[in-house]
Design a protein around this ligand. Sequence first.
Ligand SMILES: [Zn+2]
Length: 363
Amino acid sequence: MKLADVCRSMEQWAPLAWQESYDNAGLLVGDPSMEVKGVLISLDCTEEVVEEAIQKGCNVIISHHPIVFKGLKSLTGKNYVERTVNKAIQHSVALYASHTNLDHAPKGVSYHLAQQLGVHGKVLLAAENALKQISYFVPIAQQEAVRIALHAAGTGNIGEYSGCSFSSEGIGRFTPSVEANPVIGQQGIPTEVQEVKVDMIFPSYLESSILQTLKKVHPYEEVAYYIQSLGNSWNEVGAGFIGELDEAMSGEDFIQYVKKTLGLSAIRHTPILDKAIKKVAVCGGAGSFLISEAKRQGADAFLTGDLKYHEFFDGENSCMLCDIGHYESEVMIKDAIHTYLSNIFSNFAVLKSETLTNPVRYA
Ligand SMILES: [Zn+2]
């Protein structure tokens, strides 16, 4: 197995196109044609994690946070980022990060945080502009072959349904020029063909590969098609997660429940509200940008990391805001990546890092 195979598998779950514009997810260090001996999964990539990988015979590290984030201008070892990258290069260890793309992916970071807490529901802020529609015209005899090829390329998936499309029959008209080489009809003669118009939905990031497939399998020299952006939000893709606990509980009980379930020593939270906690929103990592959406959807509590002092005021008296720590809100993604890759690859070790990379301590 090559490094490229591991990257491709990660990107089938969390396509790089879903990362935020400020992010730097993807392959950071390493030759994609390199043979994989073992994969080590970590939340952060540090010198200690690279050392652990070397000790355990792993030559690929998959982390959630990209060690190269703001860009590197030198590799002299003057800070931990440069030293980590240096060490990885010196020992031929590849570094790959799946960050905000994995936050947004179906069953991503926030989903797993919610799962641990027994919160069942949906994505809090569904992705916009992530879906498009392709409509193309094809002779009736070839409609099935084209449709099957396009589905294989990633069209027609809506929630738990695959192979979705809509066809309508009609008459296609064209006149081939003297330079044309038509499959049906003759140069200079107006032609009519019984055609089918097919509409399908697809993820925007697949546009170029879907067009390539269409042009490859469609019988016509000039394929008639159009692509439209859709206003539909994509409910499985997006930021945060919201749902309900099996049973409502008091604010005090909820705090104790979260501490116990996630094994936390402390939670920073706004004052306990005089209401039961049933609807809970979560966001792994720094999720203050979702406070207003959590409130809008009626969350009794919102759990995330990295809340600033003034952001705690935004809970008002409707939503209890809980800062459980950045590391603590995301560390469970290690298990999810481990399960995902272990199910795909059996010919090399996929291990979870045992290094505690959380730089925050509680006294
Ligand atoms: Zn994070």
